[in-house]
Design a protein around this ligand. Structure first.
Ligand SMILES: [Zn+2]
Length: 71
């Protein structure tokens, strides 16, 4: 934390309009994929809960993940 001695203590109080009340609990922020290892296999996992098939190589799991995100 650096002390800001010359920083103006003016915070703009702009009212934020509630554009869309998100009542749905779907992850609309996109799919964040990663790979997980299970034993000697590797599979792609996504933040939406999707998991790809178990692959022998991590490269194939990454391809599954990219195919999932691109549709
Ligand atoms: Zn996903």
């Amino acid at each position: 934390m650096e002390p800001h001695t010359n920083a103006p203590l003016v915070t703009p109080l702009v009212p934020v309009p509630l554009q869309r009340p998100q009542l749905q609990s779907q992850p609309a922020a996109g799919h964040i994929t990663s790979t997980a290892e299970r034993g000697s296999f590797c599979l792609a996992v996504c933040s939406c809960g999707w998991t790809g098939p178990a692959r022998r190589s991590r490269d194939l799991a990454r391809k599954d993940a990219s195919r999932h995100t691109t549709g």
